[in-house]
Design a protein around this ligand. Structure first.
Ligand SMILES: Nc1ncnc2c1ncn2[C@@H]1O[C@H](COP(=O)(O)OP(=O)(O)OP(=O)(O)O)[C@@H](O)[C@H]1O
Ligand SMILES: [Mg+2]
Length: 277
């Protein structure tokens, strides 16, 4: 354990100082209890318990291979497509067990938007990229309805003015940063309440990253967001809560201010100072 009064790395303090602490105001969206996860023989998560609060950004941090992506896969049950993968323990979403056999799995998955490390628009037009999910889930009824939703989602991600005259162009022909925002618009179109973002800025340049960070900060007012990032400055800028993982275990979790300025565990302090990972 560290001395709680120990000096913080000043680079984090600069960002954290600008940010109010929201966590006490918000309720638990997802409760993870006693979760162990296995890829066949590989024990990837060990006794993980964490509450994810609604309308906040929670950053998952930790060295490569510590289980961050695996926990995201548990939350929307997407791990079930991986042969031999299984979990034990309980995950509740709004108080309901996500493994309840009565639960409608497609509906559960729809409540999560997934934003991947590399932008991965469908090889279709900008318009179809956004419209497809809503159409698939029967959320739009006619062309006017669909156009309005596409515009709404593209406006939400700050892309409308950039693409409104190019809605028929392939989504894959946008810049990397635009493609990533298009992928977020695509997720928003099927009305999720949680966004899972796995290193969403790792393929973006600094300008596109700044735009994406502003967007994430805006979206958290309406969505519960979990972001995996290897960029500690980014975690400090964006997150209200932080969860530090190491070797499949959750080392500690808490308000971003506390984790960055007063980490309780030597492993967290070492990771934040770049001494390993
Ligand atoms: N499909 C898979 N099959 C078998 N093992 C896997 C699979 N995916 C991940 N693992 C293993 O599970 C562990 C956790 O992996 P995970 O991808 O969750 O780590 P991570 O924290 O997201 O790492 P990174 O920061 O590199 O993305 C690692 O040891 C990894 O090798
Ligand atoms: Mg990962």
């Amino acid at each position: 354990m560290l001395d709680p009064t120990r000096a913080a790395p000043s680079a984090f303090a600069v960002h954290l100082g600008e940010k109010p602490n929201h966590s006490s105001a918000n309720g638990t969206k997802i409760a993870v209890q006693n979760v162990d996860f296995f890829y066949g023989e590989k024990h990837a998560l060990k006794d993980v318990a964490i509450d994810i609060f609604e309308r906040e950004v929670t950053a998952f941090i930790g060295p490569s291979g510590c289980g961050k992506t695996t926990l995201l896969r548990c939350l929307n049950r997407s791990y079930e497509t991986i042969p031999g993968a299984y979990m034990t323990g309980t995950i509740r979403l709004d108080g309901h067990d996500i493994h309840d056999p009565e639960l409608d799995l497609p509906l559960l998955r729809r409540r999560f938007g997934w934003v991947a490390q590399r932008p991965n628009p469908f090889p279709w037009s900008v318009h179809t990229n956004v419209a497809y999910g809503a159409w698939l889930h029967g959320l739009t009824h006619d062309a006017a309805d669909t156009d309005a939703l596409v515009e709404h989602c593209l406006r939400q991600v700050g892309l409308w003015d950039e693409v409104k005259d190019a809605l028929d162009q392939p989504g894959t022909e946008l810049s990397g940063g635009q493609q990533q925002r298009l992928c977020i618009a695509r997720a928003l179109a099927y009305a999720p309440d949680i966004l899972l973002m796995d290193e969403p800025a790792s393929a973006l340049d600094p300008g596109a990253t700044a735009l994406l960070e502003n967007l994430i900060d805006e979206l958290r007012r309406r969505y519960t967001i979990i972001i995996v990032t290897h960029n500690m400055q980014q975690a400090a800028r964006l997150a209200q809560r932080v969860a530090m993982f190491h070797l499949g275990r959750l080392v500690e979790t808490g308000d971003a201010v506390d984790i960055f300025l007063r980490p309780r565990h030597e492993i967290t302090a070492a990771f934040l100072e770049g001494r390993f990972g």
